[in-house]
Every structure is written in C-alpha cells, then in structure tokens.
Design a protein around this ligand. Structure first.
Ligand SMILES: Cc1ncc(COP(=O)(O)O)c(C=O)c1O
Length: 428
C-alpha cells in the first residue's frame, strides 16, 4: 500500500490559541459547559473572516454575474478571486474547477453527463467504504445498463480490500469512484495507487475528497485523478460543493445545461445562479487556512498561498493525530466499547482523526444524547456511509457513534469526552 501524502515527520506547530480565537462559535456553552465540537465530519465551524466575507458580499456586492454595473462587477471579481483560491487549494488551474450546491448534487450531475458516454455492459467500480454520495450517483447509471461492481473492505481494520479492487477493475471498467478518506471510520485510501490502477485499465478516477479536505493537503496534479470533489463546509467554509476536473474531460463531456449558458469553462458546469455569498466565503476559508500555515512556518510572509496551505496541513496533521492518539488510547480502555478501524499508532499514516465506536449497553443515539447534554457534540447513525454500516451489521442497531477531531479541538475536550464515556459505561 502506498503512503498517503500526510507525513507525520517535519512537524510544524499550530498556533492553537490564535486559531481558536478565530471561531466565534467556539465560545458557546451548553448546560454551563463549553461546547466541544467533535462533529466536524458533518460540517466544521467557520472563522470570523468567513462570516465577514459572506456579510460583506450582501452589503456591498450582491448582484447576479456579468452585469454592466458596479455590484455585478464586484460580484464577478469576488467569485474570480475565490476560484483562484480554490485552484491553489486543489493545485489546478482556475478553470478546472466549478462550484455548486453540494458534493452530492454535483456528483449526480457529473455522473449523468458521464453516463451519456457509456454503453450497456460498461462497468463502474464503487466501494463499501464510501459515503453514498459516491455510490448512488453511479448506481443511478444502472438504468442505462451500466454494471456496478463494489469493492469490499477488510473487516478487521476497515481498510479497502486492495486485492478485491484489482479483481473488480476489468477491461470493461470505465470509471473508479473512491473516497480519499472514510467519513465513518477515518481510513485513508491509497488514492494514488487506485488512480494508477484505473488508468492502466483505461478508466477514469473520481475521488471523493470531502472527508479528507480538512485533514490533508490535496494535490490533483500529483494524484493525476480525473475528477475530485469536496465540500467547503467541511473545511471551515460555507455550505457549498466544488469539483475539480481535468480540462479535457470538462470540455469533452456534455453537461445538462440551459442553452444561453456559455460552453466555456467553468460556465458549462455551473448550472443556474450560484450561491455567490458562499463562494465569497470559500475564498476566505482558504485564506484562513493559509494564515494557519504562515503562522506555523518559519518563512511566514515570504511564501505563496499554496506553500502556506502545505505548511498549514503539516501543522494540522501533527496536532490532530496527537489528539487522535490520546483519544484512541483512552477509548480502548472504556469497558464494553467496540472500536472500528485502524487503532495501532504505527499505522496512523493510514487514517484521519475520525473514529467510530459502539457500546455494549447503549445505542449510539443514547451515547450521543448523553454527550450532547454535557456540551460534547458527536454524531450517531450511518452518516450516509450505508454500504459500510450494512456490511458490518450495525445498520439495524443504530450505526456507530462518530467522534471527529479537527484542528480547533483541544486535549481538554478529548479528556472531557473520555471521562463522560467512562461515566456512561459505569451506567451514568
Ligand atoms: C465523505 C463524504 N462524501 C460526500 C458527502 C456529501 O457531501 P455534501 O453534503 O456536500 O453533499 C459527505 C457529507 O457528509 C461526506 O462525508
């Protein structure tokens, strides 16, 4: 298995006090306890500059695009600037990405356009580890006679069964759809290796990076993937989605679009009016991350935004995985707790700090409610990773309890969570 692009060495230190001060919502309390946001995988909090960018858009620039007047021109400039920021985030050209309401909607639309090129009997490979937003859009093509082949997992550590993946890719495979990291159990998939395997078979590689994006630097050029999707609301921005696509595909494929919309990139993919205020916030979120990186880097001011993002993710990774180490060590000592996924610190390079557990005497909903009353926000259920909860036999019993760490979380929050879970296990 190849190593993911998230080295634990060459650490940089996050300025945690400064970072937390950027997020107004972190000051909230619940029943007298500070809110501990361990619900990041369902959507992260936003820093003040994102809130300001959205408000400022409404106050000064609110208009539709391409009009011959001041607010429309400002709107165009804000969107162009956010697109450049997003291009730095992906490491692609600004016209190789497009925005839309969310990853799910964008993926259904892309799958529909790709489906126009497919014949009955063509195959698409999906996985058991993926969120349904990277399964259902491809399964929808079964109506056209497309055959879906699903890669299994290794149950003992919730990693992809790579032998099964190689078996499922055949000369009829046209696309391999795989997640960068699991939103349920935190496994990082070897997406570079999977992209190569897809290309060797003459197939396209579609990567769902929604869950990976807050935790690791994305580099679509290095990956050489054909498409990659993410959702800025999972990495400190507003509720939007975004897709990278190689220019040749974005130009060749025929998206379903209205006639007056131009055929140029990215217009042909951005159906209807976008959420301009949210796109303004995406630019601010990426600039926030770059600032995290500048503060962590010795070079500080003299580095490009892309370099600053790279520093940010090194610092984020170091902080998150230190917390994850303590979390997993503590969880494994909670009586009656069942842990899903990679727990051995020696293999942490293959996971992000998102963990899934179950309890002997409490459903995941009971545990999440117990924690929620103590101001600790976690999630219960399947989080739409339905193939996985069904495969592991936990779907009918309430799925998992998911604890998701992002960079604004603290050691104190992890200790509070562990203490609460010990209390729950004692019958609290
Ligand atoms: C891994 C993963 N993929 C896809 C999605 C769907 O993203 P969106 O909410 O932008 O449609 C999610 C949302 O939770 C996710 O975690």
């Amino acid at each position: 298995m190849s190593m993911p692009n998230v080295p634990l060495q060459s650490a940089m230190k996050i300025d945690l006090k400064w970072a937390r001060a950027q997020f107004p919502s972190l000051k909230q309390t619940v029943n007298g306890q500070p809110a501990a946001y361990l619900d990041g995988p369902a959507g992260t909090q936003v820093p003040q500059r994102v809130i300001d960018a959205v408000r400022d858009y409404y106050e000064r620039s609110n208009a539709n695009t391409c009009g011959a007047f001041a607010t429309s021109r400002r709107s165009d400039a804000i969107i162009a600037s956010a697109r450049t920021a997003m291009a730095d985030f992906f490491n692609c050209a600004a016209d190789e990405l497009y925005f839309g309401p969310n990853m799910t909607t964008l993926t259904f639309a892309l799958a529909r356009a790709i489906g126009r090129e497919l014949q009955s009997g063509d195959e698409i490979v999906v996985t058991t580890l993926d969120h349904d937003a990277n399964v259902a859009p491809w399964r929808a093509l079964e109506e056209r006679g497309v055959v879906i082949r699903q890669v299994d997992i290794r149950e003992e550590d919730c990693t992809l069964d790579m032998d099964d993946l190689r078996r499922k890719i055949t000369p009829r495979t046209r696309l391999v759809a795989v997640g960068y990291a699991s939103n349920a159990v935190g496994t990082i998939n070897p997406v570079d290796e999977i992209t190569r395997a897809a290309h060797e078979a003459g197939a396209l590689a579609f990567i769902d990076a929604v869950h990976y994006a807050p935790h690791g630097l994305i580099d679509v050029r290095a990956l050489d993937c054909d498409f990659l999707a993410c959702s800025p609301y999972k990495f400190f921005g507003p509720h939007t989605g975004c897709i990278y696509g190689k220019r040749e595909h974005l130009m060749r494929l025929r998206p379903f679009k209205v006639r007056p919309a131009t055929d140029a990139l990215p217009d042909r993919w951005e159906t209807g009016t976008q959420t301009h205020e949210c796109i303004a916030g995406v630019g601010a979120a990426i600039d926030y991350l770059a600032e995290v990186g500048r503060r962590a880097s010795v070079a500080q001011g003299g580095i490009s935004r892309r370099e600053a993002l790279s520093s940010a993710y090194r610092a984020i990774r170091q902080h998150e995985m230190t917390l994850a180490g303590r979390l997993i060590e503590g969880l494994l000592q909670v009586p009656g707790l069942r842990f899903f996924g990679i727990s051995d610190p020696a293999r942490f390079a293959h996971r992000v700090p998102t963990v899934a557990v179950r309890f002997a005497n409490h459903t995941p909903l009971e545990a999440a409610t117990f924690l929620g009353e103590r101001g600790i926000f976690t999630w219960d259920g399947n989080y739409y990773a339905l193939n996985l909860t069904e495969r592991l036999g936990v779907e009918k019993d309430g799925g998992f309890l998911r604890i998701g760490i992002v960079h604004y979380n603290t050691r104190e929050e992890i200790e509070r969570l562990l203490e609460a879970l010990r209390e729950l296990a004692r019958g609290g």
